[in-house]
Design a protein around this ligand. Structure first.
Ligand SMILES: *[C@@H]1O[C@H](CO)[C@@H](O)[C@H](O)[C@H]1NC(C)=O
Length: 169
C-alpha cells in the first residue's frame, strides 16, 4: 500500500492560484477579498508585496539516493495528486532558496519513465529568491519525499513570466 497521497501538508487548493493573482493584480489591493484566499494568505504568511514567477520544470524520481532506479510508481502518484488536489509548498526548497518562497504546483505530466513535468507559480517577499529560482545554473540537491517514498532531483525552473510589486503599480 502506497503512503497516503492526501497527507495534510500536501493537500492543496486551486484557490491558491487565485490568491496569488488577487494579491498581485494591483499594488494597492494587497489583501484578497475572498475569505478563503485571505485565510490561505494568513496561513502561509504570504507577504504584502511579493515577487513571483511562473513556468514549468522537470524533476526526476528515483527509488534510492544513488538515483539508479526510476521510481515509476512514486512519480505517477505525485503527478496524480497534483492534478487532482494541487499542491502548495511553503518554504519551497528552503535548503537552496532559504525560507519564505511559496510554490504552487497545479499541473503535472509524465514525460518519460523517470521524469515528470510540472507547472508552477512561485511567490516570495524577497526578489533574490525568485532570481535564484529562475537562474538555470541553480542546482538542487536530491531530496527525499516520504509521501511518495521517492528521491527527487529538481531540474532547472524555466520561468516564462515574472511579476514584481513595482511593475504592477
Ligand atoms: C504564466 O502566466 C501567464 C499570465 O497569467 C500565462 O499566460 C502563462 O500561460 C503562464 N505560464 C505557464 C507556463 O503557466
Amino acid at each position: 500500500m502506497a503512503p497516503s497521497i492526501l497527507a495534510p501538508r500536501r493537500i492543496m487548493l486551486g484557490a491558491v492560484a487565485l490568491l496569488i493573482a488577487a494579491t498581485e493584480c494591483s499594488a494597492t489591493m494587497t489583501v484578497p477579498t475572498s475569505f478563503l484566499l485571505q485565510q490561505i494568505a494568513q496561513t502561509v504568511s504570504l507577504p504584502m508585496y511579493t515577487w513571483s514567477a511562473n513556468g514549468t520544470h522537470t524533476a526526476k524520481g528515483y527509488t534510492s539516493k544513488d538515483a539508479s532506479t526510476a521510481s515509476v510508481q512514486g512519480l505517477h502518484e505525485d503527478c496524480e495528486n497534483i492534478n487532482l488536489n494541487k499542491k502548495i509548498a511553503v518554504n519551497f526548497r528552503s535548503d537552496v532558496l532559504g525560507d519564505g518562497a511559496i510554490g504552487y504546483f497545479y499541473k503535472c505530466e509524465k514525460i518519460s519513465h523517470d521524469t515528470s513535468k510540472y507547472w508552477f507559480t512561485i511567490s516570495s517577499g524577497e526578489e533574490s529568491q525568485i532570481d535564484q529560482l529562475c537562474n538555470s545554473d541553480t542546482k538542487y540537491p536530491i531530496v527525499y519525499d516520504s509521501q511518495h517514498n521517492t528521491w527527487f532531483i529538481d531540474e532547472p525552473f524555466d520561468c516564462t513570466q515574472r511579476t514584481s510589486p513595482t511593475s504592477l503599480a
